[in-house]
Design a protein around this ligand. Structure first.
Ligand code: AFP
Length: 339
């Protein structure tokens, strides 16, 4: 069978499913094109002079890498002129970026983490881009932060790219999750997996164990049960992985199942958690649910959380359904007993 390019896939989806409008198709293609540029910049590594810190800090007070800044610029420039967007919001920028008046405006809002896992860049480990598409509320021509504060169920598309041994784009527009691989020779993303499915059960978990002593009681208890293995209450051994690039950890789960946890802990309680709701948790939750998995904040379905601020952080529990439901139930039981 002839390879199916991202463009052909989207055109066919547009014909068969009315939800994909021509503007949404253009938007996804433009994001994909920008990701190809980012992929190229990353692959040059030391030779491209793009490694190391930018000597700047983002709105969250985190040191920016040169590639954080570059990836952000690439995504902004690519998406400004097409006429498909009303505004963009990035993890790297304090406020939304409006479309300059010299360009036409569209009906969508684009949200992105231009380079997730960027602390891994300098050691040549996979990083990625995460994005989410929302509708601009009707009648709004100059969107502000408040217009981006929509619960994840409102997303019309979400995806991530993994810049790893190969560059992958994983996408949902609300009817399954599909994977495309960048064919560097022809310069286009090619469909390599249709309808990714996350197995409901798993024996593999991803968590940063160094935070264990700071976790809440139900999390301590749950992970201890996993670590107790075959002779413990779960009656089987569990394996652990932690890349510290959410895209890479989530992609492993998309491929072979597993769970990814970033619970709230004593260090992050004041901020609400470690990961950002709009740029990381919501798009990944949409993708994971579309692949048959589950995603919660430990208590509540992530997609139902209405953001209170553009850069809000939340706890994240996602992946194989039965395991996520189990850890969520433990938190709820704990809360009920405490109250
Ligand atoms: P950076 O983009 O600052 O490297 O953060 C990556 C991330 O947001 C997410 O991709 C990882 O899963 C998580 O943080 C890793 O956090 P720890 O460094 O606390 O393990």
């Amino acid at each position: 069978m002839k390879p199916i390019s991202l463009t052909r896939f989207l055109i066919e989806e547009q014909r068969s499913r009315r939800q994909i409008t021509p503007d949404l198709r253009l938007l996804i293609e433009v994001v994909a094109r920008a990701c190809k540029h980012i992929s190229l910049a990353i692959s040059k590594g030391e030779l491209g002079g793009v490694l190391g810190n930018a000597e700047a800090y983002n709105v969250q007070g985190e040191a920016q890498k040169k590639l954080d800044v570059l990836s952000n610029e690439i995504l902004l420039e690519a998406n400004e002129w097409g006429g498909h967007l009303a505004a963009l919001a990035s993890e790297e920028m304090e406020a939304p970026h409006l479309i300059p008046h010299r360009f036409p405006k569209g009906n969508y809002l684009l949200v992105f983490d231009p380079l997730d896992g960027s602390s891994n860049i300098d050691v040549n480990i996979s990083v990625g881009t995460i994005f989410s598409v929302l509708r601009c509320p009707e009648g709004v021509t100059e969107p502000t932060a408040e217009h981006f504060l929509q619960p994840g169920v409102e997303q019309v598309a979400a995806g991530y790219t993994v810049y790893g041994p190969s560059t992958l784009l994983v996408l949902t527009t609300g009817s399954g999750v599909h994977q495309f691989t960048l064919d560097r020779e022809i310069g286009s993303f090619v469909l390599t997996q249709r309808n990714l499915r996350i197995p409901e059960d798993t024996s593999e978990f991803a968590i940063n164990m160094s935070n264990q002593r700071h976790w809440e009681a139900p999390m301590q208890r749950y992970v201890q049960e996993l670590l107790d293995g075959k002779t413990g209450p779960r009656g089987r051994d569990f394996n652990m992985r932690w890349v510290a690039s959410m895209v890479a950890d989530v992609h492993r789960i998309m491929t072979r199942g597993g769970v990814f946890y970033y619970p709230v802990d004593a260090k992050t309680r004041e901020k609400g958690g470690r990961l950002r709701l709009l740029y990381e948790a919501s798009p990944m939750a949409f993708l994971v649910e579309q692949a048959g998995g589950a995603a919660t904040d430990g208590r509540q379905r992530l997609l139902e959380r209405k953001p209170e601020a553009l850069h809000q952080r939340v706890p994240v529990f996602l992946g194989s359904k039965n395991e996520v439901e189990r850890v969520t139930a433990l938190h709820r039981e704990h809360d009920a007993a405490a109250s």
